[in-house]
Design a protein around this ligand. Structure first.
Ligand code: FAD
Length: 544
């Protein structure tokens, strides 16, 4: 628990950081990468020396991969951590070696990128936290201005004037240290002390179901599965419902039992794994975690100079792999706005737009994850499901049809990944075009203000996304005069332009002029240049 207190000024050493990030989980590390990419100095604090903990997260989605691509590490994520040519199929079975009820086919990490290439230069991948977090950390090693306080606990903080005072304590020695930051970002996870000390509550549905997950190593298990391998297998039988996940495509696995209200903490993990994988395969339990599913979002994401991101701001069912990915989206949105503010060209409204833009995305993703959970929880388990003969076959066929009808959407979520639009954003210029449908399974490229600007290949390995750069980019297929450059220079914003000569790509951008923000979302579009760029650019940098 963090307590707010005012340190005596004589205790404060002359250590000041533009940004202090508390929490070196995937979200804090992503924010550090975004800031580092933009040349912003930060302090990254985590109480854990090796904050890897339990394997909670393998599904890295397409939008997150596009962010990793900007940081130059998408290929490393794709080709490490999980065999790049192993298919990522999802299976539903009565038992691991029992009857197959349904299968959702999904290509390998490598093939997925190729299959997605008409809408993204990247594709979703399977990459365990054990590989992703160290990769995100290794990238930071090249940043000579980085500062880590790993093994340090944030004990309290206090906002004074234009800075935040932080009271840190070394976990190993108990040594106390006070540092100052212009901004504090709480990426400190589900039990966020930063959020609690600000008195910010979560709103939504708490404790909807109790579960237990067991992380185990079974070297011969994958071989025993043979062609039946799946990155995820939902096991459905009259005794239990469970989920088996391949963590690394090799010997590490996670078995999750949905305990449906019973307290699972007394369950023996050995018996659980033994019951699931069969009688004679050797295995070793690595860790066990009891967890509760929530559908909640923080009521406020900012208090003065303190912001929340990732699990500190939203908690959702791990059904669809939206948790880390939503947090990485928070980190990118907040990262460029912090950079703009610290570099002096971001206006006063810019940081406030973080909550306006990201909270609706969190509410949408939390709700989609809850609907995936509900679809899973409501699947009936007919008593005949494991019987041989016609009765069993009929029961399995009925359930199979229901699974394919209600459960496929969890793994067909390209709309969730790429289709969110920052509607009602104060830093985007609404052009009055009607809102499109927000279908979790469908992505339609759009330059509607607030949408992710579309991908198209400019060359065999160069996407429009690669051309946007770190600042604003005016993408144009119409003539450009000097008015944009003069107005952009007057605001101090970093900018570039991208001329589209290919009519097919120009048509994807829907208007002759599209202003793309530093995070790749559209700020403004039009078929003609505005008679005065200043109102457009002032809005885009948050200065209106
Ligand atoms: C079974 C399961 C499967 C999941 N699968 C997926 C998936 O496939 N895809 C996906 O996107 N998401 C998945 N999730 C969700 C995902 O794990 C979380 O959303 C994600 O870990 C949140 O990251 P974070 O960085 O916000 O927080 P965390 O990973 O919790 O990191 C918080 C960090 O803050 C540090 N910290 C906390 N307090 C302090 C303090 N006072 N001082 C210093 N340090 C502090 C902690 O040590 C920790 O390192 C899954 C979750 C579960 C439970």
């Amino acid at each position: 628990m963090i307590h707010s207190r005012s340190p005596r000024s004589s205790e404060i050493p002359d250590v000041h950081f533009p940004v202090v990030i508390v929490g070196a989980g995937p979200v804090g590390l992503s924010l550090a990468n975004e800031l580092s990419w933009r040349g912003i100095r930060y302090l990254l604090v985590d109480r854990e020396e090796q904050p890897l903990g339990f394997p909670t997260g393998e599904a890295v989605n397409t939008r997150s991969m596009e962010h990793l691509r900007r940081w130059g590490i998408a290929d490393q994520a794709r080709f490490s951590g999980f065999p790049p040519d192993l298919r990522r199929d999802i299976r539903f079975r009565t038992r691991i070696f029992g009857h197959e009820l349904a299968r959702i086919e999904r290509p390998s990490n490598r093939q997925q990128q190729l299959d997605m290439s008409s809408i993204s230069p990247e594709g979703a991948i399977w990459c365990p936290k054990f590989a992703l977090d160290p990769l995100l950390r290794r990238t930071l090693e090249q940043d000579t201005s980085k500062t880590y306080a790993i093994g340090w606990d944030l004990i309290s903080f206090d906002q004074e004037g234009d800075q935040v005072m932080l009271n840190l304590r070394s976990v190993a020695t108990g040594e106390a240290r006070i540092v100052r930051g212009s901004y504090l970002i709480g990426c400190d996870g589900a039990a966020s002390g930063v959020r609690k000390s600000l008195g910010i509550s979560m709103k939504g549905r708490f404790a909807e179901g109790k579960n237990i997950s067991v992380h185990f190593r079974a070297p011969s298990f994958r071989q025993a599965m043979g062609d039946d391998f799946a990155v995820m297998m939902d096991i459905i039988n009259p005794d239990f419902k469970a989920n088996l996940t391949s963590v690394d495509g090799s010997e590490q696995w996670r078995l999750t039992l949905f305990a449906r209200g019973e307290d699972p903490s007394g369950i023996d993990p050995h018996s659980l794994v033994r019951a699931a994988i069969g009688s004679d395969l050797p295995f070793e339990i690595l860790d066990t975690k009891s967890w509760v599913g929530h559908t909640v979002v923080a009521e406020k994401w900012r208090d003065g100079r303190v912001f929340l991101a990732g699990d500190a701001a939203h908690l959702l069912w791990p059904r669809g792999g939206f948790g880390t990915n939503t947090g990485i989206g928070d980190a990118v949105d907040l990262g460029w706005k912090l950079a703009a503010t610290l570099q002096g060209w971001g206006g006063k409204a810019l940081l406030d737009s973080y909550q306006t833009e990201r909270m609706p995305v969190a509410l949408r993703n939390v709700s989609e994850a809850a609907s995936n959970y509900a679809a899973e929880a409501s699947l009936p388990v007919p008593a005949e499901i494991e019987l041989p003969g016609e009765a069993g076959e009929q029961a399995r066929k009925t359930l199979s049809d229901l699974i394919l009808e209600t459960r496929s959407k969890e793994w067909r979520s390209i709309g969730v990944q790429l289709g969110y639009v920052y509607e009602d954003s104060p830093i985007c210029c609404d052009d009055g075009a009607p809102r499109g449908p927000d279908d979790p399974g469908v992505y339609v490229p759009s330059t509607r203000p607030g949408a992710r600007a579309p991908h198209a290949w400019l060359a065999s390995d160069r996407s429009t996304l690669d051309a946007f750069g770190t600042g604003y980019c005016l993408v144009h297929s119409g003539e450009l005069d000097s008015t944009f450059a003069s107005a952009a220079a007057a605001t101090g914003m970093p900018w570039t332009t991208l001329a589209l000569s290919d009519p097919d790509i120009a048509s994807i951008f829907q208007r002759r002029y599209v202003l793309v923000r530093p995070d790749g979302h559209v700020a403004w579009r039009g078929d003609n240049m505005p008679s005065d760029w200043m109102p457009v650019l002032h809005r885009a940098v948050g200065a209106l």
